[in-house]
Ligand binder design. Structure first.
Ligand code: 4NP
Length: 147
């Protein structure tokens, strides 16, 4: 059974906290967390413009704080979800020998969008576009896990 889900991006202040927040509001019975492959923002709350864009949709990210992804996360979670191919490569670099925890792209759960990754709004400044894709994908993830 998949109960513990970790969302991962680069900074852990935009995409992965948004994905965690959007998912937990739909599926509160799962244990969720998010992390960054970098340690650049450890201890920081989600980026203000992302918090504001999410709050307009009823998604409160205010309690979340950034931390860095580590090899132990492969043991602590049943499913690890990255936002882009670089995240997946950085996650896989830390996989312990013999560990088989699945690592997937969030966009795998939104095939109808044709998106191959979640563009980083820290650079694109398109927070609503990122949230549209994230919300579609976490809904697909929830449906997948309920099957
Ligand atoms: P995220 O976006 O990976 O979606 O949290 C970023 C946030 C900050 C930085 C890069 C990406 N940064 O370079 O500080």
């Amino acid at each position: 059974m998949t109960h513990r889900i970790l969302f991962v991006c680069l900074g852990n202040i935009c995409r992965s906290p948004a994905a965690e927040g959007a998912f937990r509001s739909r599926a509160p019975h799962f244990e969720t967390d998010s992390a960054g492959t970098s340690g650049w923002h450890v201890g920081d709350p989600p980026y203000g413009p992302m918090q504001n864009a999410a709050l307009v949709r009823g998604i409160d990210l205010g309690d979340l704080r950034a931390r860095q992804f580590s090899a132990e996360d492969f043991h602590r979670f049943d499913l690890i979800i990255g936002m882009d191919a670089r995240n997946i490569a950085d996650i896989e670099d830390l996989r312990p020998a013999g560990n088989e925890t699945p690592v997937r792209l969030l966009t795998d759960f939104a095939p109808e969008t044709g998106a191959e990754h979640v563009p980083d709004p820290y650079y694109t400044r398109d927070f609503d576009g990122a949230l549209d894709l994230i919300e579609t994908a976490v809904e697909g993830l929830r449906a997948h896990l309920d099957d």
